[in-house]
Write a protein that binds this ligand. Sequence first.
Ligand SMILES: [Mg+2]
Length: 191
Amino acid sequence: MSTAPRPYAGGPASLPSACSAALAHVRAAGINFLALDFDLTILSIHTGGAWPSSPASLSSHVRPLFYHLISAALAAGMSVAVVTFSPQVPVIREVLALLFPQHASRIPIRGGDRSWSYEGGGSAAGKQAHMASAVEELGEGGGGGDITRASTLLIDDDANNISVALAEGVRAIWLNPKDSDRLLENITDMI
Ligand SMILES: [Mg+2]
């Protein structure tokens, strides 16, 4: 059996514990739901919603930081969703299944594929409808506790989505795609 790490599980040896520590901080602040953008956030690249190759090859572009952060969140029983404008939801679903085979089925994906709509009264700007719709699905599963705007953390490289979320009372942190290593620091500083 090969013990070679998969590319997305890489990063410095200290990364898993650093991610767990940041997650503990997030949970202590009352956050129980991570809403994560895909292109240039979970991924180190932007697919333009038109990835031409296999999900396996796309999975090698997942930032190790997000692999470990999501792993820690799922292990802690937190809710996690992918909120994206990409229409390639089936590809994203397969990437998640490769990375998190035990948990992928409980990660809602809200993308630009017109497979869902949000009829609630909240804002539809930025990722607001994506998050609200994901929360509706997560609520159907029960467990995990009630999710509110104040218990949600959006991480996204698009500053507009962050501004909209903050204006709506959702906690949100901008991921600098050119300096993603700063994210853990920003989480501990800002929450
Ligand atoms: Mg993005």
